[in-house]
Design a protein. Structure first.
Length: 250
């Protein structure tokens, strides 16, 4: 068998594509065989890690890509800023803790949650991103197809689940109960990040049932980092800054 065939059988794509070049360079530089093999295998590991990150990000279903390096912490007060920076170390995932981000539309909740999710993907964690309305719709479809057990099993296996836009759409009784059961089953099995425009005392507007609302808050708030991101809308501020520049140029 040729080296190319053996590398293919062993699923070593980097080696299969580059071994001839490595052998030629080794001859020119007088490298030892061990050095060539070590470099080939290290590059193989690096490629596998990079491919794994790309695959995890794709499977997470992010609607866009945001990164912590681009996040503007200066928009928040000192306490909020410190909490957000501390959570960026992802220790909350290891501890199976939750994060609840409360704030007006445009205050950076989704940007921060997606950035944490992508950072988690790069560190080897499995992540799922979904808006809460989409999740409820998918649950209802799973129930109609008698696939709810499979749906719950998949939901529970992620290291981190990011649920965006809680509070933008209200749910009927079935939707609220499905969401409650899904979150309850995940309790202590993995982390959840919730972004919402509503303070806890207004969640009943979404779930319609005060008892169920209290139970959902109790489940989510357990072992949670609750962060108030309310303030001036980041998107409005950016628009205002742009308008100022445009007006100055005219």
């Amino acid at each position: 068998m040729s080296i190319e065939t053996l590398a293919y059988e062993l699923r070593l794509p980097y080696t299969r594509r580059n071994y001839k070049q490595f052998i030629e360079e080794a001859k020119q530089k007088g490298l030892e065989v061990e050095e060539v093999i070590e470099e080939l295998l290290q590059n193989e590991i690096d490629l596998r890690a990079e491919t794994g990150v790309t695959r995890r990000i794709q499977r997470a279903r992010f609607t866009n890509k945001k990164y912590l390096v681009d996040f503007e912490y200066k928009a928040y007060n000192a306490d909020t800023k410190n909490k957000l920076k501390k959570l960026a170390n992802l220790e909350f995932i290891e501890q199976k803790e939750n994060i609840i981000l409360i704030g007006n539309p445009g205050t950076g909740k989704t940007h921060y949650s997606v950035a944490l999710g992508i950072e988690a993907c790069t560190k080897g964690y499995t992540v799922l991103f979904s808006s809460v309305p989409n999740l409820v719709s998918e649950m209802k479809e799973a129930y109609s197809l008698s696939q709810v057990t499979l749906f719950k099993r998949r939901f529970e296996k992620y290291d981190l689940v990011i649920l965006d836009e809680l509070g933008y759409v209200s749910f009927d009784k079935d939707g609220s109960e499905m969401l409650f059961n899904l979150l309850s089953n995940r309790n202590d099995k993995g982390s959840i990040i919730i972004t919402t425009n509503l303070a806890f005392d207004r969640w009943e507007e979404t779930f319609k049932d005060p008892v169920l609302t209290g139970a959902i808050i109790d489940r989510l708030a357990y072992k949670s980092h609750i962060i108030d991101m309310r303030g001036e809308s980041y998107r409005i501020k950016k628009t205002q800054d742009w308008l100022k520049v445009e007006n100055n140029e005219k």
